[in-house]
Design a protein around this ligand. Structure first.
Ligand code: IPM
Ligand code: MG
Length: 360
């Protein structure tokens, strides 16, 4: 099979972890006889430096031509006080929209070897296995009107949370389909006691649920969900929610699993003419400028994103399983980066990538 992938290393540790992810992708393609056609592009702060904008036209062209995109992370502290329009993050929001990847899947799974790095007591977190399905191309992140206007005490900031029935229905269907292959339970998260968007959300989710009588649906308000995630994480199977709630809850979910450095994410859209599913794959973590360039970032979130890419965009389940099994073997061997608090000396980013390749 031809695996056409655009690589966008981005900023900070993005470049380091993506280098290891690409090594793993190349290794698994060699082993299973696939042809990896990789192109590379600019996104985020590095793109601002080199081209003046966070999402160059060339990157858009390459992303639309590829079947899937593998991304590192974007964001640099020098842009901290810059308007949202001109920030590296704008490039990420732009490419999500351009690719139409409306469903962001963030699995939260505890690994035996990592149970002690979770901030929760072992008996609470053991056996946690959920997937957060975050709506990714709507809501507060994209709603208009938006902006800052006026002066003095009357200076005002505005953002708009908006959802259409169609947007809610397609993300709900994605959640129910995923649940069918898991424990058949969907929890929809909203704030319907306050927000109209959430009332529509709940109504549409209930309608879609009727198409999936074999899947059980319940609803949680987002504040309660934040609490239940730490009180009883095992109760969750598939969690579906709007963009901003999903952003917040998925960071909370990430730390349950031990380290945010471990978590992959997959953002999926519609099927492409090639037969592959449009997808953007990135670790959940950010660019971590404080440890960039030191060869100590955990590449496993990025490597897990390669597994997700193989499975979701190309339907290559066996290949994805090989990557996941290799990751688990490396975790069990204890050769892991400092964030996972290994008993011995921590491994470097490159050493972990190398170990995963060898285990494949
Ligand atoms: C994420 C990140 C992004 C988001 C930022 C970097 C714009 O936090 O992918 O969760 O908010 O979507
Ligand atoms: Mg986030």
């Amino acid at each position: 099979m031809k695996i056409n992938v655009l690589i966008l290393p981005g900023d900070g540790i993005g470049a380091e972890v993506t280098r290891e992810a690409v090594r793993v992708l190349t290794r698994v393609c060699d082993k299973f006889g696939h042809q990896a056609n990789l192109t590379e592009g600019l996104l985020g702060g590095i793109a601002i430096h080199k081209t003046g904008g966070p999402l160059p036209e060339e990157t858009v062209r390459l992303a639309l031509a590829a079947d899937a995109t593998l991304m590192g992370a974007v964001g640099l502290p020098e842009f901290d006080n810059v308007a949202p329009e001109k920030r590296p993050e704008k490039g990420l929001l732009g490419i999500r929209k351009v690719l139409g990847v409306y469903a962001n899947l963030r699995p939260v799974k505890t690994y035996k070897a990592l149970i002690d790095s979770s901030p929760l007591k072992n008996h609470l977190v053991e056996g946690t296995d959920m997937i957060i399905v975050r709506e990714l191309t709507g809501g507060l992140y994209y709603g208009t009107p938006r902006g800052i206007s006026g002066e003095g005490d009357q200076e005002r900031g505005v953002n708009t949370m908006t959802y259409t029935r169609a947007e809610i229905a397609r993300i709900s269907r994605m959640a129910f389909h995923l649940a069918r292959n898991r424990r058949k339970k969907v929890t929809s998260v909203d704030k319907s006691n306050v927000l109209e968007t959430s009332q529509l959300w709940r109504k549409v989710v209930v309608e879609v649920a009727a198409e999936f009588p074999d899947v059980q649906l319940d609803h949680l308000l987002v504040d309660n969900c934040a609490m239940q995630l730490v009180l009883n994480p095992r109760r969750f199977d598939v969690v579906v929610t709007e963009n901003m709630f999903g952003d917040i809850l998925s960071d909370e979910g990430a730390v349950l699993a031990g380290s945010i450095g471990m978590l992959p994410s997959a953002s999926i859209g519609d099927r492409k003419p090639s037969g592959a599913w449009a997808g953007l794959y990135e670790p959940v973590h950010g660019s971590a400028p404080d440890i960039a360039g030191q060869n100590k970032a955990n590449p496993l979130g990025a490597i897990g994103s390669v597994a997700a890419l193989l499975e979701y965009s190309f339907g290559l389940k066996e290949e994805a399983a090989a990557v996941n099994a290799a990751m688990e073997a490396v975790l069990n061997s204890g050769r892991v980066t400092a964030d996972l608090k290994p008993a011995g000396a921590p491994a470097t980013t490159a050493e972990v990538g190398q170990a995963v390749c060898e285990a494949i």
